[in-house]
Design a protein around this ligand. Structure first.
Ligand SMILES: Nc1ncnc2c1ncn2[C@@H]1O[C@H](COP(=O)(O)OP(=O)(O)OP(=O)(O)O)[C@@H](O)[C@H]1O
Length: 313
């Protein structure tokens, strides 16, 4: 797709994005951190990574689950937060049957530790709950409460992965802005590119997120992945004040689909498959990122505090 077409389509989403921003009130002047605890296993601060994508079906959950598993296999403590509230499926993908979810945390009937369930290879999951309309309509204050609940973890992990919802809701914006890194999953479809552009635009302009790491999903090879990155980076370099780094790729792989049908991860079932190897490489890339930067002193993002105060959370 040519870059001007991509930009025009993205600009076509302006009114929707403006409405979202206006509803949220004045955006924060600078990005602050919300998730941020020291990990006992490494002594390093927990790194919170939000996996986002804009368009539905680009592979956010697949990447979150398999990247989480690859990091766990590499010996890291990992918690995977399913933040696709009301349409949760991380637990389904891992064959887990949670009895509690985020809704129980929010109504005060349990704490964050009670929500953790342990999946294969010690990967821990915080389930979001499915089929509950109320969970799909959480207020900003409730999102803030979920983010802050991670401060109560007894043993913070090395990595907290957050599988965000599709679209550009307040939910996605808050979790992405509260994380140390945003991994953007993109596939080679016009709608994926325009939605990714729209997400970069709103997260940078309204939430101060300036750096993104792109994973090209469902591509044929590394060359195609690089081309996809260049296609998006050409437009973002020209029109947005963001750095879009290439993180890696996941090939289109039937093994991945088979693993999902078996409610397991390809990393666990077929580590030597093309996608299994790709997730190992992505985990290796994450491992090179080092200590997350701290852009502010407070652990709670500015907008989270505003929202929390407004709703009494
Ligand atoms: N690399 C891949 N190779 C083959 N199939 C893939 C790959 N990545 C994802 N898929 C398939 O694409 C579909 C959508 O993936 P997934 O549910 O992870 O997307 P999503 O972005 O989380 O969607 P939603 O936003 O709707 O929750 C799934 O059926 C999955 O099996």
């Amino acid at each position: 797709m040519n870059s001007i077409l991509a930009m025009n389509q993205a600009i076509g989403l302006e009114s929707m994005l403006r409405a979202l921003t206006e509803r949220q009130g004045k955006p924060p002047a600078a990005r602050d951190q919300a998730f941020g605890l020291a990990s006992p296993s490494t002594g390093r601060r927990c790194r919170a990574i939000a996996v986002a994508g804009g368009k539905g079906g680009v592979g956010k959950t697949t990447v979150s689950v398999n990247l989480g598993m690859a990091l766990a296999v590499a010996g890291h403590e990992v918690i995977l937060l399913d933040a696709d509230m009301g349409l949760a499926n991380v637990d389904v993908l891992l064959g887990l049957t949670p009895t509690r979810h985020i809704g129980h945390l929010l109504d005060g009937s349990c704490g964050i530790e009670d929500l953790l369930i342990t999946g294969p290879r010690g990967l821990k999951v915080v389930p979001a709950g499915s089929g509950t309309r109320r969970l799909a309509q959480l207020s900003n204050g409730e999102h803030a409460a979920v983010i802050r609940a991670f401060d109560d973890l007894l043993t913070p992990p090395d990595y907290l992965l957050v599988d965000t919802a599709a679209g550009l809701s307040d939910n996605v914006a808050m979790f992405a802005a509260a994380a140390d890194d945003v991994v953007l999953v993109v596939c080679d479809e016009p709608a994926s590119l325009t939605d990714a552009y729209a997400m970069l635009k709103v997260l940078s302009r309204d939430f101060g997120v300036r750096r993104f790491r792109m994973v090209a999903n469902m591509v044929r090879n590394a060359g195609e992945a690089r081309q996809l990155h260049q296609k998006l980076a050409r437009v973002t370099d020209r029109f947005l004040d963001v750095a879009l780094e290439f993180m890696g790729m996941v090939p289109h792989d039937e093994r991945l689909k088979q693993a999902i049908r078996r409610q397991s991860s390809v990393v666990d079932l077929w580590p030597s498959s093309r996608s299994g190897q790709a997730f190992k490489q992505l985990a290796g890339a994450v491992d090179t990122w080092g200590e997350p930067e701290r852009l502010g002193l407070d652990r709670i993002a500015f907008f989270s505090r505003q929202a929390a105060a407004a709703t009494g959370w």
